[in-house]
Design a protein around this ligand. Structure first.
Ligand SMILES: [Zn+2]
Length: 219
């Protein structure tokens, strides 16, 4: 066999191997809370190390998911433009049911209705409440000074109720963000129908924190 043919053959084998690896990664859908968490951890590991594989992002996936959605996880995150949930977990179309509001507070019927939809109707295995560094929602809620009015005032007031011990302590912003995220988790798991799913091992509700400097999520 001449050298050129040999190199072409090696190239072909490597292409098939890469395709097979990517294909199997995109086809294994987490079916337990533990697997769902592992997938998000692995996805963020890839993302934060600049090794995202961007699976489930093409028109094949659009066609595949068009008849119905079956996401394996739901994430309640902040609307902050620096916290793009699918990207930072290296997930694609149909993988995660994402609920985003400024400050990721679930103390409203609209937001909890979306959480319930993900749990009851879509049967997600994992529900993650994702807080993040430098959160403007929590910053506004604990800052003293001129009060916001209207809808923004309502939003900040809702967050403020959950972090009241931090109001006026902007130097404790990170602690307030962690506390706020924890309060949302406790609020969600206090619902009997959620607690029942957790007790049966069908659902995991967890808090996490995204670092806007490093791209890393800590669980
Ligand atoms: Zn935020």
């Amino acid at each position: 066999m001449n050298k050129k043919l040999f190199l072409i053959l090696i190239g072909l084998i490597l292409s098939v191997m890469t395709f097979t690896m990517c294909k199997s990664q995109s086809q294994s859908v987490p079916s337990t809370p533990k697997e769902a968490l592992a997938e998000l951890i692995a996805g963020n590991e890839r993302y934060s190390n600049n090794k995202s594989i961007h699976s489930h992002g093409d028109m094949d996936r659009v066609t595949e998911t068009a008849p119905h959605q079956a996401p394996f996880a739901a994430v309640v995150g902040c609307s902050d433009s620096r916290v793009p949930v699918e990207l930072l977990f290296d997930q694609g179309i149909g993988d995660i049911f994402v609920i985003r509001t400024a400050g990721n507070n679930v103390n409203s019927e609209m937001v909890m209705g979306s959480v319930d939809y993900a749990i009851e109707h879509l049967g997600v295995k994992l529900l993650l409440v994702l807080g993040h560094g430098s959160c403007g929602g929590v910053t506004g809620a604990i800052s003293e000074g001129e009060e916001e009015h209207g809808n923004i005032g309502h939003l900040l007031g809702t967050i403020r109720n959950d972090v009241s011990e931090y109001v006026g302590k902007i130097e404790c912003l990170d602690a307030a963000i962690h506390h706020h995220t924890q309060v949302q988790v406790e609020r969600i798991i206090a619902y009997p129908h959620v607690a029942e799913k957790i007790a049966k091992g069908e659902l995991l509700v967890k808090k996490a924190y995204y670092d806007v400097n490093t791209g890393k999520v800590t669980f």
